[in-house]
Ligand binder design. Structure first.
Ligand SMILES: NC(=O)c1ccc[n+]([C@@H]2O[C@H](COP(=O)([O-])OP(=O)(O)OC[C@H]3O[C@@H](n4cnc5c(N)ncnc54)[C@H](OP(=O)(O)O)[C@@H]3O)[C@@H](O)[C@H]2O)c1
Length: 289
């Protein structure tokens, strides 16, 4: 395994309601290896979906200003404290800000997300994609970390010179880089680059958004049948075994359960499985990222 993973306790030291693995970011914060993404969940459905996910056992929620559902994520997190008895410090909330053209506008957008979520310090805030004044935007995140609005900071879809520029010109090493990662784009070259600097890889679209009929892929189905796992579980377990944090999205409760149920003792992928999955790697983005 290419990453240190701790499988015993939850964020606040309590046992997780479902078997879960955690890893530690360079900020010192613990983060679950499996989270819940809310991209394309309409705001009107988001609060309910997040509450369902929390009930199932998810403790990492991934939103963004761009998704227009930060407010509803925050409502669910606050309500979970009352109706589900899940304290705020057991839930890891991530949000993202689009790249900004100046430090001031970045600082303002961070404050807006903080207020929209309205659930205390944001566990992790990341730049959603490169393309603006990346360094100034990141410096605003560094300042938010210093003043306590945000606990950890990072990036999304930053590669090569964009990632290197942040390392060279900023002082806080990004805690993670959330990048397109799935069986068709496995990031086997870039993950070691990130890890060398202490940045974790987190997978966005870990199911490739269902592209290329991935849920019916014969290779993945065969591996699943061998271990009593679904195709979705094979895809996620492969990434988690490599130390990659995953944030699958679904609006169906049965699939929420399926996607987090990865750590049964019989669900071990072997070398033959891994070799077959590596052969699916196309080593490029499905969407030009
Ligand atoms: N940083 C970025 O730029 C970026 C970009 C994309 C995504 N993300 C993050 O990553 C998260 C996940 O990515 P994503 O939402 O693009 O796609 P994804 O998680 O790869 O795939 C979601 C699709 O898979 C289906 N699905 C989920 N579980 C399933 C299962 N067990 N069996 C069959 N189908 C299943 C969902 O349908 P149903 O909902 O109908 O079940 C949905 O159509 C996002 O929600 C977001 O938080 C970040």
């Amino acid at each position: 395994m290419s990453n240190s993973v701790d499988n015993t306790t939850g964020l606040a030291g309590e046992p997780s309601p479902v078997p879960m693995q955690y890893t530690t970011l360079n900020s010192g914060a613990k983060i679950p290896m499996v989270g819940f993404g809310v991209y394309q969940i309409p705001p009107a459905q988001t609060k309910q979906a997040v509450l369902e996910a929390l009930k199932v056992g998810y403790r990492l929620i991934d939103t963004a200003e761009y998704y227009r559902n930060e407010r509803e994520v925050g409502q669910a997190v606050r309500e979970a404290g009352q109706s589900l008895g899940i304290p705020r410090d057991q839930i890891f909330v991530t949000t993202k800000l689009p790249p900004q053209s100046s430090y001031q506008s970045a600082a303002q957008r961070i404050q807006e997300s903080y207020e929209a979520l309205n659930c205390g310090p944001i566990d992790l805030m990341i730049i959603h994609w490169p393309g603006g004044a990346n360094v100034e935007t990141y410096r605003a995140l560094e300042n938010a970390r210093k003043n306590g609005t945000v606990k950890a900071i990072g990036l999304s879809s930053f590669y090569g010179s964009d990632y290197q520029e942040i390392l060279d010109k900023c002082s806080v090493v990004p805690a993670l880089d959330q990048n397109e990662t799935h069986v068709f784009r496995q990031q086997r070259d870039f993950q070691p680059v990130l890890e060398k600097h202490g940045t974790k890889l987190e997978a966005w679209s870990p199911f490739a958004e269902g592209e290329h009929d991935v849920f019916n892929n014969p290779t993945l189905k065969k591996i699943g049948q061998k271990h009593g796992m679904t195709t979705a579980q094979v895809m996620l377990r492969y990434l988690v075994d490599r130390g990659i944090i995953v944030i699958p999205k679904t609006v169906h409760v049965d699939r929420m359960r399926e996607n987090i149920d990865l750590f049964r003792p019989e669900f071990e992928l072997d070398d033959e499985d891994r070799k077959a999955i590596v052969a699916l790697d196309r080593r490029r983005s499905l969407w030009n990222w």
